[in-house]
Design a binder for this molecule. Structure first.
Ligand code: NAD
Length: 426
């Protein structure tokens, strides 16, 4: 069996179509959700350190504003292209709505290899991009955040630039989230995605009559998402028996000491060479005996090449798009529960939403408050997806899309974006 290569925008359109068909949604809903509302292309002149000028092309895509302002990260990467940004913006809409956040999706990107820029050039590019898209973003309009190769520092420059342009003497921190805690950021944001993945894994294990304490847990990827997923899973009682990164896979039947491995990783920038585990080839992670497998590295990790090796009963998608559709079909046939990315890794955008709320009120919550609110939101989202899954007898990914689409169709209908004869006079 060979995997079809669809571009990401085609994939997301297919997912929308499938979920709309299952719901019997009005054709207009599918049409509206198949395309973004706004696509902006910008060409940003940046003065390089040697005095020359380079032009960088970037995009900002806003997918759907029916439920509130749009939200989504900004990526700096040489492979950024318009279709990818459109697809990522669309996925953000579904992620926000499945979590019941009052947002639609957006995404931004600049075609650049940031490693080739000096720090000053990077700052000028960040400011230039913020200036170029300033007309279409705003704290009640579209709220960007970090994504691949951007971070709290980049957001801080963008807040500064935007505030200079629009603030008339004020700082407007709520226009960007993912800021450093010391500059109006939110406690718990760094841990949020992995913490969410672990919460969702715990909830999913109950569906399979497993107890989190004692489950064998394997994690692919040991970056921000993978390391925090493993850390919180261990705190919840799971035995983390295998962890991989780009260099190696570590196994320990008795359970790895995740915090010690995080310390080792910080010092060595790799998990390879960690002494208290057996080290094997990184792709052997797929073969490990475990109950829950959390792919937290990159897209297209679980494919037809390795799907037969997988032994887990539950897959919790920490990364975006880690399972190809063909591999997913195989796993579903075997009865594996796959918790989709738009639900499993939505902890990041959930805590970004909390950051925005705190910025708008200029009142800040404790770490515990943030985590407690995050947990409540994630458990509620998980429950509504499970209800849909059971009511319609569909897999969890489809159920998550169906929930999101219902939560989009209703405000669109109420706003009168399409007519389906349900309007009743008072
Ligand atoms: P990261 O760069 O911090 O970590 C990526 C990890 O994956 C690294 O440990 C790297 O060594 C490992 N890796 C790369 N290729 C691998 C391979 N072939 N086998 C095993 N390990 C491999 O990135 P991150 O922020 O942890 O993001 C990981 C994924 O989660 C991405 O898909 C990202 O889009 C998604 N995601 C991240 C967040 C967030 O808040 N950071 C939120 C939602 C989704």
């Amino acid at each position: 069996m060979t995997e079809k290569t669809l571009n990401p925008f085609e994939i997301v359109q297919l997912q929308v179509k499938k979920a709309c068909d299952e719901l019997g949604e009005n054709e207009a809903v599918r049409k509206i959700l198949s395309v973004p509302e706004k696509v902006m292309e910008v060409n940003i002149p940046v003065e390089m350190d040697n005095g020359t000028t380079r032009i960088f092309t970037g995009y900002r895509v806003q997918h759907n504003t029916s439920a509130g302002p749009t939200k989504g990260g900004i990526r700096f990467h040489p492979k950024v292209n318009k279709d990818e940004v459109k697809a990522l913006a669309t996925w953000m809409t579904f992620k926000c709505r499945v979590m019941d956040l009052p947002y639609g999706g957006a995404k931004g990107g600049v075609i650049v290899e940031p490693k080739e820029l000096s720090i000053r050039e990077l700052e000028r590019l960040a400011r230039g991009y913020a200036k170029s898209i300033a007309q279409i973003i705003g704290e009640r309009v579209d709220i960007p955040a970090p994504d691949v190769n951007t971070n709290g520092q980049v957001m801080s420059w963008m807040v500064d630039e935007y505030s200079l342009l629009r603030g008339v003497g004020q700082t407007l921190p709520a226009v960007f989230t993912g800021k450093p805690v010391e500059f109006d950021g939110c406690l718990g944001r760094t841990e949020a995605t992995g913490y969410g993945v672990a919460i969702i894994a715990r909830e999913a294990s109950k569906l399979k009559d497993l107890e989190m304490s004692g489950v064998r847990f394997a994690v692919q990827g040991f970056g921000n998402v993978g390391s925090h997923t493993a850390m919180y899973a261990e705190e919840m009682g799971a035995k983390v028996v295998a962890i991989s990164d780009i260099d190696a896979c570590l196994i320990n039947e008795k359970g790895l000491d995740v915090k010690a491995l995080m310390k080792y990783m910080k010092e060595n920038r790799t998990i390879s060479g960690y002494p208290k585990a057996d080290e094997i080839n990184r792709d052997e992670i797929f073969k490990q005996e475990c109950d829950i497998f959390a792919p937290c590295a990159l897209e297209n990790a679980i494919t037809t090449r390795n799907v037969e090796q997988i032994k887990a009963d539950i897959i919790v998608e920490g990364a975006n798009g880690p399972t190809t559709p063909e591999a997913e079909n195989e796993l579903l046939k075997r009865g594996v529960l796959i918790v989709p990315d738009i639900l499993a890794n939505a902890g990041g955008v959930t805590v970004s939403y909390f950051e925005w709320v705190q910025n708008l009120h200029n009142y800040y919550w404790s770490f515990e408050e943030v985590q407690e609110k995050q947990e409540r939101k994630m458990v509620a989202a998980f429950k509504s997806v499970v209800e849909m899954m059971k009511a319609k007898n569909v897999d969890m990914r489809k159920a998550a899309y169906m929930i999101a689409i219902e939560r989009l169709a209703t405000p669109m209908r109420l706003r009168g974006w399409f007519k389906d004869g349900t309007y009743k006079r008072a």
